[in-house]
Each structure stands twice: as C-alpha cells, then as structure tokens.
Design a protein around this ligand. Structure first.
Ligand SMILES: NC(=O)c1ccc[n+]([C@@H]2O[C@H](COP(=O)([O-])OP(=O)(O)OC[C@H]3O[C@@H](n4cnc5c(N)ncnc54)[C@H](O)[C@@H]3O)[C@@H](O)[C@H]2O)c1
Length: 388
C-alpha cells in the first residue's frame, strides 16, 4: 500500500518531543497505517538552541524554527504536534486550527476549563482532526481493564481508587522554571499535580468508570518559595504539590484520588483499582505488563463461581488477543512506556482514514480539564463541587 505523506511540525524539543518523535519513527514498523510521517521541522526557544540542534540531529528533523507561528503556518506542514509547556497549548492549538492543520496536543489540554472551551470551539469550527495525548489509556494492560469492565466482568462498581506519586521536588534546592521544572510555576503550568498527574488518572477513571458527578479536594504546598532558574529571583509557589480528592461517580460508585511529588521513594508510581459486585481489577504502572483480576461471579449469570481457585490472578498482558499486543513480539515478551505513544499515534492515523473515531479528542480532554478545575476550586473553597 502506498502511504500518504504526513509532514510533522513538532512544537517543543524536550521529554514529550522525544516520545512523540519516536512514535512517528516507529509507528509503521508495528502498525501498517495509511500515512508515512516525515519529521519536517521542530521548534525550540532562542535560549534552547543547543538542545534544539541536538534534538534535530538525533531524530533527523529536516529543519528548525525558533518562531512557532512560522512553523505552524509553513505550507509544507500537515500536522502540528504541541509538546510545549501548558501555558502555550491554547495559543498554539488556536493557531494550528486557524491554519487548518491536523493537531496533536499534550495533556493537560489547557491551563483552565475556560481556555479548553475556547480551544474546542476553534478546533470544531476549523473541523480539523485532533488528538490529546492521554497515553496511559494505551497501556495494553489498562486497555484490558477497560475491556473487562465493558464485558460486565466487574459488575456494579462500588469503588475506584487512583494513586499517582513522584518524589522529585522534595528538596528546597529544586528551582522553579526552566527545563521540566516549569511545572512548579503557576503561570507556566496552571496547576501542580492536579493538571500534571491527576489529569491522567481522571481521564483513565472516566474512560473506565464513567463521568464523575462531584468532588471534594484538599491540596497542599509544602515548599512555598523557590528560586526561579529563568529569572534568578525567589518566586512564590502557588501550584499544588500534593492533592487528594474524593469523588462520586454518576454510576453511584465512590472514588479516591491521591497525587504528590513528595512521596519519598516513588518515581512514577501510578495505580488504579476498581472493585465491583462480580469482580475487581488492579493496575500498577511499575509493572505495566500485568493486571491483577479477581473473578468472583460469572458475568452472564451473576452466580458466584464455585471452585477452590477463587483469588487474585496476576495476568501477563502480552498475548496476541490482548489490546495492541499482536502488533509487537511473541507472547511473553514485553513492551514499554514508549509504546503507549506509538499505540496512540497508530489509532489516530487509522482514524484519519476511515478508522474508528479517535478518543480522547480536545472535547473529551476539555471534560478532564473541567474535573481538574473543580478539584482545584473544591480545595480552595473547602466544599464539594458538583460537575454538570
Ligand atoms: N503524556 C504524558 O505522559 C506527559 C509526560 C510529560 C509531559 N507531558 C506534557 O507535555 C508537555 C511538555 O512537557 P515536557 O515534559 O516535554 O517538557 P520539557 O521541559 O521537557 O520540554 C518543553 C519544551 O518546550 C519548550 N519551551 C517553550 N517555552 C518554554 C518555557 N517557558 N519553559 C520551558 N520550556 C519551554 C522548550 O524548548 C522545550 O523544548 C506538557 O504539557 C506536559 O504536561 C505529558
């Protein structure tokens, strides 16, 4: 099959610039998509020229730009990939929509729900295909939990529990601003762990367990001042370092969500568990090739399965019948973090050519933003916030 060329403009050259570039390079090695991505141009700030040059050489971009508007409006760019800090997402997506480009945007979609709504309007008006990179949905084991829930194997859900923990900001010496640490500045990141980490947990939770009806949150800022590495000045820290919230889902189940960058020992520890009448499932990102599943009753009859093997089963999610896995190696061999981006890109490219509609798009990601905003508002006002 001859493939259609898809010229990529990458707006950022950091961590996500690398994961997305890798996905474009790898996607057709594993999925026979209708498109051939070409790494046409990448953008970095004036002050990031050294990093940009290295990025261009390592991934093979044909050219570089130091002005993102120029890059977006180049006639030879088909798809704009927004992998910049959060405060730039809105302007970049609006410009890309105006230019009629296909859009991929990193999470969180925006700094606030108001921004997200503006982005949805612009993208829908332009009618351009779009995707938001909530890549954890595409961990095969998490996709398998979604399948198990949809098959009725959990039954009526009672509890949903999500945890997302890191520990890299514990020292007072960690500055705010600059590469990766822009996450500590409210004007660049919007929120702290809520938008950065819990947005993933919320997206996955609503995908698996349906919409959240209301939330009650508590947030904490443990270190209230840091030196900003861009300005050299001390900066007041207002983003949430840690956040816990209670949720009630529309289906009547209860949720707890916890996230922190102060959980000593935890690097990128993300778990979810759902407990229902007929069964339960658990996932831990530190063992991403496994799920644990507790089968209590037959989903067809609702009757307890009477045998002596009842208990948690640890299932290695590497068989051809498991989500995405037939595209990789043989059963028993594992894939990793980078493959979640490859799986997402493959689904998106197929959706451009008559395949299943891609999810989440900006509209669905705006919903996640709405929940994030409700969490922050709840913590501020110390009360439950209802979500429409
Ligand atoms: N899907 C995921 O799991 C995941 C993981 C990490 C980050 N992200 C998201 O991806 C986006 C980019 O994050 P990242 O980890 O790649 O960041 P990064 O710091 O590694 O890279 C950011 C890039 O943006 C550019 N930039 C422009 N203005 C900047 C500014 N004022 N400060 C710093 N850099 C600036 C830099 O040149 C750099 O190339 C964010 O929206 C983040 O939330 C998503």
């Amino acid at each position: 099959m001859s493939k259609k060329i898809l010229n990529v403009g990458m707006l950022g050259c950091g961590f996500m610039g690398r994961t997305h570039s890798n996905a474009y390079c790898q996607v057709n090695h594993f999925f026979n998509t209708p498109y051939q991505p070409v790494l046409k141009a990448c953008y970095g700030r004036e002050e990031d020229q050294e990093a940009l040059k290295k990025f261009q050489e390592m991934w093979g971009y044909e050219s570089v730009e130091t002005d993102w508007k120029t890059l977006i409006n180049r006639k030879d760019i088909d798809i704009v990939d927004v992998v910049s800090p959060n405060f730039l997402h809105k302007e970049m997506v609006l410009e890309a929509a105006k230019a009629g480009k296909k859009i991929i945007c990193e999470k969180p979609l925006a700094m606030s729900y108001a921004e997200a709504e503006e982005m949805v309007k612009a993208v829908e008006k332009a009618g351009v295909p779009n995707m938001v990179s909530f890549n954890y949905r595409r961990v095969p084991a998490i996709s398998l939990i979604k399948q198990i829930v949809d098959e009725g194997r959990i039954g009526r859900p009672f509890h949903y529990r999500a945890v997302y923990l890191q520990d890299y900001t514990i020292s007072q010496k960690v500055p705010s601003g600059g590469a990766a640490l822009w996450r500590l500045s409210a004007k660049i990141a919007g929120s702290g762990v809520t938008g950065d980490l819990l947005a993933h947990s919320i997206d996955t939770a609503e995908w698996i367990n349906g919409p959240i009806a209301k939330v009650s949150a508590y947030t904490e800022v443990f270190i209230k001042e840091r030196r900003n590495s861009d300005t050299g000045e001390m900066e007041k820290i207002t983003i949430d370092d840690a956040c816990m919230f209670l949720a009630v889902f529309q289906n009547g189940s209860m949720g707890t969500f916890e996230s922190s960058r102060y959980a000593r020992g935890r690097k990128n520890y993300s778990t979810l568990e759902i407990n229902g009448e007929l069964g339960a499932a658990f996932f831990n990102l530190e063992e991403p090739e496994y799920i644990e599943f507790f089968r209590y009753a037959d989903p067809k009859t609702g009757q307890k399965i009477e045998d002596h093997l009842t208990g948690w089963q640890k299932i290695l999610v590497t068989n051809g019948e498991h989500p995405y896995m037939k595209n990789y190696w043989v059963p028993g061999t594992t894939i990793g973090y980078e493959h979640t981006f490859i799986n997402g890109l493959a689904d998106f490219l197929f959706s451009l050519d008559g395949g299943a509609k891609f999810s989440p798009d900006v509209k669905q990601a705006a919903r996640t933003q709405k929940v994030c905003d409700a969490v922050i508002q709840s913590a501020k006002e110390q009360r439950w916030i209802e979500l429409s």
